[in-house]
Design a protein around this ligand. Structure first.
Ligand SMILES: [Zn+2]
Length: 188
């Protein structure tokens, strides 16, 4: 597979020496190997978790205050932290970015593999019991959008876009099967 991203590690986590990117003995992949102390760094994919928060048929989106995508709209989502489950991570990100305390709906609704950047994004459907939300530190404003008000042209992040498209399509049928997409690099 020529789409495997190279290791992102540049310096040894243990001794600070610049690493070499090569295939270690008895391995089959290029790793970041320290020429000084021999430590092998394993760069593994990162998991992003988020929600599609709904209140009375409207979806809660966040307008980003920071790059990437400052000023654009997206679903609340972010990197999972060590020590939490994916549902805890999705709940936390929704609380941090949209100040909303949601009820998550199992199972995970929308799964997005993005192998060329070594990430997998998981979105849960979620419900707000009350219209209580606000702007977290990384958010300019959070706002409810009716399905026909979603600012498609002003969305950032292809995974959010993909999850919202699935949600809109499933909304018409009233059933929400778990969906899976794989995103490939955009070709200029
Ligand atoms: Zn080292």
């Amino acid at each position: 597979m020529n789409s495997t991203p190279p290791p992102s590690t540049q310096f040894c986590a243990l001794c600070g020496t610049k690493v070499e990117h090569r295939i270690p003995l008895e391995d089959s992949r290029v790793r970041a190997v320290c020429p000084a102390c021999g430590h092998i760094h394993y760069d593994n994919p990162k998991m992003v978790v988020g929600t599609l928060p709904v209140y009375q048929g409207k979806i809660l989106l966040c307008q980003r205050a920071i790059e990437p995508g400052a000023g654009k709209w997206t679903l609340p989502a972010g990197f999972m932290e060590c020590g939490e489950s994916m549902m805890q991570g999705a709940w936390r990100e929704t609380f941090e970015e949209a100040c909303a305390q949601v009820r998550l709906i199992e199972p995970v609704y929308h799964m997005v593999d993005i192998p060329h950047i070594a990430q997998t994004h998981l979105f849960f459907r979620a419900e707000l019991d009350t219209p209580e939300f606000g702007a977290g530190d990384e958010t300019l404003q959070a706002r409810l959008f009716a399905p026909d008000e979603i600012p498609w042209e002003d969305l950032v992040f292809r995974s959010s876009h993909s999850a919202l498209r699935s949600w809109i399509a499933d909304l018409e049928r009233g059933v929400f099967p778990t969906r899976h997409v794989t995103l490939k690099p955009l070709v200029d």
